[in-house]
Design a protein around this ligand. Structure first.
Ligand code: FAD
Length: 263
């Protein structure tokens, strides 16, 4: 089975900050890690490879430094990885990101199964997996926690969604997004780290993957970030008295006041 895992490099949670002038996430000079959900997607791919054989290739779009996330994946068992990096990709929203990734995946020759993390811990939209499936014209299931059955032409997957659980039959090729599971992601091994150090990571530009520049980066992004800010934490406790009806009315009044303040 040919598998491709989408891997994103994100700021380590403790050190993420927002530039007060540009209002964007500061990425330069920040400690970066592999998106934790992507490690769970990779672990699932490793488990499937153990059952069926095959290959796992990582793909990421980002700055040249994002190659480190691919090397991290290789040190944990991935066979190889490609980096999409080009000024044309800069300023991409999720639509432009999924378009670029879809072009990269097509240049890789496609796959039987494409795995994404459920969401990235910085952008947090959880849109890339479903958008990627749409761009590639493939079926997809989000929030997969387990693969119950694997065959040449289909998977049976278990998906969790709040209190809901579903078991779904998914024809291949397909895209899935993976939630954090009880399975601890594999740690890098010594031999993996040596392979990762020597691995050649191809860097592909928009032209290399035949991407239309009009659909890439800022130009290809229909959404614009108006403002990014860290919400100011406010704590103000108020104990509501009276019977349940009185408390409910007082609570509703408080909610109205908070909403008015936010308008
Ligand atoms: P999610 O949808 O939450 O991620 C789900 C999964 O998709 C991940 O677990 C991973 O498996 C995969 N995935 C997500 N992103 C990637 C990736 N890049 N490579 C491989 N796999 C991936 N970001 C910048 O760094 N620079 C910018 O200039 C910039 N400009 C932006 C401008 C706009 C208008 C907007 C809306 C966003 C911008 N972003 C920018 C953020 C960028 O759009 C997101 O980082 C990206 O689209 C992924 O979205 P997400 O983080 O919500 O991923």
């Amino acid at each position: 089975m040919r598998m491709i895992v989408c891997i994103k490099q994100v700021p380590a949670a403790a050190s993420a900050s927002i530039d007060p002038l540009t209002k964007t996430i500061v990425r330069t000079g920040q400690k970066a890690v592999t998106n934790p959900f992507d490690l769970h997607a990779l672990q699932l791919a490793l488990d499937l490879r153990q059952q069926t054989g095959g290959t796992i290739t990582g793909i990421t779009m980002g700055l040249p430094a994002a190659a480190a996330a691919l090397r991290d994946g290789i040190s944990r068992g991935m066979d190889g990885g490609v980096l999409l990096s080009d000024r044309t990709f800069a300023g991409a929203d999720t639509l432009a990101t999924s378009y670029a990734l879809s072009r990269g995946i097509e240049k890789l020759g496609g796959a039987d199964l494409i795995l994404c993390g459920r969401m990235a811990t910085d952008g947090d939209t959880a849109q890339i997996g479903p958008e990627l499936a749409q761009q590639l014209g493939l079926p997809h299931v989000s929030d997969v926690c387990q693969v119950l059955e694997i065959a040449e032409d289909h998977l049976v997957v278990r998906r969790v969604w709040d209190e809901l659980e579903q078991v779904l039959h998914l024809p291949l090729p397909a895209v899935i997004t993976v939630v954090k599971s009880s399975r601890t992601p594999a740690l890098p091994t010594l031999s993996g780290m040596l392979r990762a150090k020597d691995a050649v990571i191809p860097v592909w530009t928009a032209a290399d993957v035949g991407a239309d520049p009009e659909r890439c980066g800022l130009r290809g992004s229909p959404t614009q970030v108006v403002r990014t800010f860290a919400p100011q934490a406010r704590r103000q406790a108020q104990v509501l008295g009276g019977d349940v009806g009185t408390q409910a009315q007082a609570l509703a009044q408080l909610c109205r006041e908070v909403l008015r303040e936010q308008d």
